[in-house]
Design a protein around this ligand. Structure first.
Ligand code: SF4
Ligand code: SF4
Ligand code: SF4
Length: 184
């Protein structure tokens, strides 16, 4: 697995490979179409992020512009997803009491025995990183946080970046708006 700075040229292809990111890119394509290469946007380095919860609490928006991305390229068809289930889950089913996500943003869909597909509802995701932390501890780190330019206001001084303890936020050219995890 590698991290990939997604350029204008490979933008759509790479984002679709890092699926779950589909909703992240729809408006961003329009955004990129109307901006110049000299403009900059905020970006998270997933390898520096330690899921401190500030992405959920410090954004100026009432629901954070930071969202969880699930790289289907790396994963996507597990029976037991550690990002989905609480460590103390009672049964492997969709009851709220079994789910780790506080907003029910991770959706679980049966594919074929024994595989389920897990995807993120970005309208519900608050960027708390709970699922990312669990996937990092027990899984393969295919869940990670990234800023959605569909929601982000692109503040000159990002209030999350100011308080990020791991300096995971950087300003980057609109040419490479997303740092996504993909399989090489
Ligand atoms: S503030 Fe920084 S370390 Fe904390 S969750 Fe956001 S990117 Fe990760
Ligand atoms: S656990 Fe947090 S970061 Fe993960 S999908 Fe739910 S709201 Fe988003
Ligand atoms: S730039 Fe503004 S809207 Fe975007 S993530 Fe930072 S605080 Fe939120």
């Amino acid at each position: 697995m590698k991290k990939d700075l997604v350029s204008r040229r490979s933008f759509i292809k790479k984002c679709l490979n890092a699926a779950g990111a589909g909703a992240l890119i729809s408006t961003s394509c329009a955004l990129i179409g109307s901006t110049t290469a000299s403009e900059q946007v905020w970006q998270i380095d997933p390898d520096k992020c330690m899921q401190c919860d500030r992405c959920a609490t410090d954004c100026v928006l009432s629901i954070s512009a930071v969202k969880c991305i699930h790289s289907f390229d790396m994963c996507g068809y597990c029976k037991l997803c550690y990002g989905y289930f609480k460590p103390s889950f009672l049964e492997m089913e969709t009851g709220a009491e079994n789910q780790l996500c506080p907003t029910g943003a991770i959706k679980r869909k049966f594919i074929e025995n024994p595989f389920y597909e897990y995807s993120i509802d970005y309208e519900l995701c608050i960027g708390c990183g709970k699922c990312v932390k669990a996937c990092g501890m027990f899984g393969n780190r295919s869940l990670y946080l990234q800023i959605s330019h569909e929601y982000c206001l692109n503040c000159n001084e990002c209030s999350i970046a100011k308080n990020c303890p791991s300096e995971a936020f950087t300003r980057i050219s609109i040419e490479n708006p997303y740092l996504l995890k993909v399989v090489s």
